[in-house]
Design a protein around this ligand. Structure first.
Ligand code: AMP
Length: 594
């Protein structure tokens, strides 16, 4: 059996209880990294997985780890190292969901910034799987509150990031402290020299897993993406459907559960939609398909697997409600439209944390996907009005016998309504405009002020934290102005005015904005020239000084140096931990900003 032919998790020889959890999570088909990685890890081999976040890599190692834990043995049997506390939390949560039906398996996330005493108490009670950041895991190892003598599996997640953040020595000490016959699994987006030297030293005959790709995209399809908040995706989708008058449309999502949710939401909004996924019986599938082909339903919502088996032509478009986990799925999805020389539209709704997946699709397909502007409420009203007028005019022109309908009008006149009132009420009903729960400004995750200002906003980029409350900062505004001043990153929820105060525009000489009360501004001797990103700074400071990433404030990155705001009470600890330390392998000097 080749991995391309693996169509379901049940073919991977997993236990009932894991399959149940996977089904409940809505996963329909193993992603490529899972199809190849799960069997390799299950057979006990050391594995190198070349995969980024978003490919389903957590389950690729999480499932086999769970399969190999003996819950009757109270010792730590698997250790998963992650570069940041956010990833450690995400990974432990995902494994927790996969372990839902396994009795007695205990998973603990161990990271800096959390109370060490609480962690020690948890570890004493007995934990089977530890998911942690290298600094804190080392700390426990040295205190002997974490023992590795019964560890059978070790996972290095985002190993390249960990090395970039200067965790190499910690990783090596941890690995050296583990039983030699343990299984070592390493995931990394890149296969750099330092990664290869780690694998050489600590892995035995590792199997390299990399997804092979061999398809090219259909370049005739109009491909556009929209930056949309996750909760506004259905709203934006309906606006696009209205705006482009899409009458025959396939909507793709990554999970069966999402299919059901979206169909319900679309139906409530009055859109004729139905869903298909692997849970439907053959008879139900046929019903859904014949209604779609007959045009009774205009929107078919599907998972990738379900869509593969269906034969539809003449679609107006495809909407990617989620960005797929694998680039090739994207190619399959959009290939559903624009067939036989017809034009087709492929719209992708991209949440903030899906953006990098879109970028890798662009890299893979070598096609630039244009950024689209979400139609405004006014735009939608405008097109609906135009269509209403058009359909009424053509109905009048049909010149059929109107007597029956005239009776209706007369009846309404008798009830005291004027013709204007009747027409107004009918227009309201037919146009179906409902009070809109989303204001136009509440749909996109990126502030669109730059667009309105003609894209020339002064100051730097604003990055916001992920909704999960981590220390990852993300860009929240359009890049404006030149690149000589600071790139400014501010955590979500902090004063908006900070952005417009932005870094200087004339090079490194200008002063950044005022420091927020309770914060101390620190000076770091690394900057844009050193290719550092906010996540590198937050990861290093949070990890090394054991402070929560979310307490770190604004970051202004200049060419040769950076200002970062940290809580006053932690400033000393940060100075101690960071001075002379490295970020992304580069030595850094740190001081209180003058
Ligand atoms: P990861 O690469 O592990 O960060 O996973 C990215 C996202 O995809 C997570 O939200 C997972 O829950 C989800 N996911 C993982 N595997 C699958 C799958 N086979 N089908 C659908 N979603 C998945």
């Amino acid at each position: 059996m080749t991995t391309e032919t693996i169509e379901s998790f049940s073919e991977l020889g997993l236990s009932e209880n894991i399959l149940k959890a996977v089904t409940e999570m809505g996963f329909e088909k193993p992603s490529p990294i899972q199809a190849q990685g799960i069997p390799a890890v299950m057979q006990g081999s050391d594995v190198i997985g070349q995969a980024q976040t978003g490919t389903g890599k957590t389950a690729a190692f999480g499932i086999p780890v769970l399969e190999r834990i003996d819950p009757t043995n109270n010792a730590v049997q698997a250790v998963i190292l992650c570069p940041t506390r956010e990833l450690a939390v995400q990974v432990s949560e995902e494994i927790g969901r996969l372990a839902k039906y396994l009795r007695g398996v205990r998973i603990e996330a161990i990271y800096g910034g959390d109370s060490i005493d609480r962690q020690i108490r948890s570890l004493k009670k007995g934990v089977h799987i530890v998911v942690g950041t290298p600094g804190r895991v080392m700390d426990h190892m040295e205190r002997k509150t974490l023992r590795f003598d019964q560890v059978r599996m070790m996972v290095l997640d985002e190993a390249d990031e960990m090395l970039d953040m200067g965790f190499r020595e910690d990783i090596e000490s941890i690995l050296a402290d583990m039983p030699e016959d343990r299984q070592t699994i390493l995931f990394s987006a890149t296969m750099s020299k330092p990664i290869m030297s780690i694998t050489k030293r600590f892995q035995t005959d590792p199997i390299l897993i990399k997804v092979v790709r061999n398809e090219l995209t259909n370049v005739n399809i109009e491909q556009v993406y929209f930056e949309v908040k996750p909760q506004a995706k259905v709203e934006v989708m309906t606006r696009l459907i209205d705006m482009h008058h899409l009458k025959s449309l396939l909507v793709f999502c990554n999970t069966k559960r999402k299919v059901d949710e979206i169909v319900e939401d679309l139906q409530l909004r009055g859109y004729a939609s139905e869903g298909i996924h692997g849970d439907l019986r053959q008879q139900q599938r046929s019903n859904v398909m014949s209604k779609f082909k007959a045009g009774v339903t205009t929107i078919l919502v599907a998972t990738d697997v379900a869509a593969r088996g269906i034969d539809v032509s003449g679609l107006d478009g495809v909407i990617n409600y989620d960005i797929p986990l694998d680039e090739e799925y994207y190619v399959h999805r959009i290939g559903r439209t624009g067939r036989a020389g017809m034009s087709g539209k492929a719209f992708s709704l991209v949440a903030r944390d899906e953006k990098y997946r879109l970028k890798s699709i662009e890299g893979y397909t070598k096609v630039k996907i244009e950024k689209g502007v979400i139609p405004s409420f006014e735009d939608i009203i405008g097109v609906r009005k135009a269509r209403f007028v058009e359909s009424i005019s053509s109905s009048i022109k049909e010149e059929e016998d109107q007597d029956f309908y005239n009776d209706v009008l007369e009846m309404l006149h008798h009830s005291g309504f004027t013709t204007e009132q009747v027409v107004g009420a009918m227009a309201k009903q037919i146009m179906g405009v409902q009070k809109n729960e989303y204001s136009d400004g509440n749909l996109a995750w990126e502030e669109r002020r730059g667009d309105r200002d003609g894209g020339r906003r002064e100051g730097g980029d604003r990055f916001e934290r992920r909704s999960s409350g981590g220390s990852r900062f993300e860009r929240g505004g359009d890049r404006g102005g030149d690149r000589r001043g600071a790139d400014r990153y501010a955590p979500a929820g902090r004063s908006d005015s900070r952005r417009s105060e932005g870094g200087g525009r004339d090079g490194d000489s200008r002063k950044p904005s005022a420091v927020e009360a309770g914060m101390t501004r620190l000076f770091l001797s690394l900057g844009r020239k050193d290719h550092i990103m906010p996540k590198d700074i937050v990861g290093a400071i949070a990890g090394e000084a054991n402070i929560p990433g979310k307490t770190i404030g604004a970051i202004d990155i200049y060419d040769k140096f950076t200002f970062v705001d940290v809580p006053e009470r932690d400033a000393r600890a940060v100075l101690r931990a960071m001075d002379g330390n490295t970020i992304k392998g580069k030595p850094v000097q740190i001081d209180i900003a003058k």
